[in-house]
Design a protein. Structure first.
Length: 265
């Protein structure tokens, strides 16, 4: 029991050390290019709080985000991967200046260029509304961008990435998009922190449906909606949160109906 506790503590210290190293690497990159967290986030099309959480070690970036950080801050991808601990074992075994690590760096650079080329091709397809073999490239957001429904540009400029999904799963709705869930407000409906939820703006919405809504104050939220005359009740799927009563449609706009949940095990 004591041994396991010590192992967990050691893993925690190692994770904290890696997170601190990555945060410092990003901070130095920002300073080099005279970028605040807000300006860096804007260039990358994400929320400033996302950058803040990465620098503080609260969140580990995805490989796609590491790629973008490498581009924007001009930091070699290998340095970011080492800072995240993804190639720590190789470097530790052979030494940072060894031929084995030099070969790995070359392979990573080649892979990096291949990823960039593939990503550009995917974005080109998305911009043209094209699909491949019945697939639609669905933009995925960490934060709902302004003008999501009115304009197609946020789908390209502010998306974290794209997910190819069969058009039949989306009821042929080419305007479908996905949102990464944060928090526990919808846990009793099966939507967990970290899940990716796909929404269909074109789907008909009825009382009891789970939807993404935009409130008059500019806030967005995922709730179960109930219609009562000229009112709407926005209900969380967690007893900790109280329902919200608003005028409908004056004070709330439905941005999309939840139609699919993607979860990584």
């Amino acid at each position: 029991m004591k041994k396991h506790r010590q192992e967990r503590m050691g893993e925690g210290r190692q994770a904290a050390k890696l997170a601190s190293g990555l945060g410092e690497l990003i901070r130095r990159g920002r300073a080099k290019h005279n970028l605040s967290q807000t300006r860096l986030a804007k260039k990358m099309g994400i929320n400033p709080s996302h950058i803040s959480r990465i620098e503080s070690g609260e969140r580990r970036p995805s490989t796609d985000l590491l790629r973008d950080l490498s581009e924007v801050l001009d930091i070699p991808m290998i340095e970011l991967l080492v800072a995240c601990g993804l190639v720590d074992g190789v470097v530790g075994q052979y030494g940072a200046g060894s031929p084995e690590v030099a070969e790995l760096k070359d392979e990573l650079r080649q892979l990096h260029h291949l990823v960039l080329e593939t990503n550009a091709a995917v974005r080109s397809l998305q911009a043209g509304g094209a699909g491949v073999s019945g697939l639609l490239n669905i933009p995925v957001f960490d934060v709902v961008p302004a003008g999501l429904i009115e304009s197609s540009s946020p789908s390209l400029d502010e998306a974290e990435g794209f997910i190819p999904l069969g058009s039949s799963l989306l009821d042929e709705d080419t305007s479908a998009f996905a949102l990464n869930m944060v928090g526990d407000s919808m846990v009793d409906a099966g939507l967990l922190d970290g899940d990716t939820v796909v929404f269909s703006p074109g789907a008909a919405v009825e009382s009891g449906d789970t939807v993404l809504v935009l409130l008059r104050n500019g806030e967005t939220a995922v709730k179960t909606i109930y219609f009562e005359g000229g009112k709407a009740v926005l209900q969380a799927a967690n007893k900790k949160y109280r329902p919200v009563f608003v005028n409908y449609p004056g004070d709330v706009e439905v941005l999309g109906k939840a139609i699919l949940v993607l979860r990584r095990l």
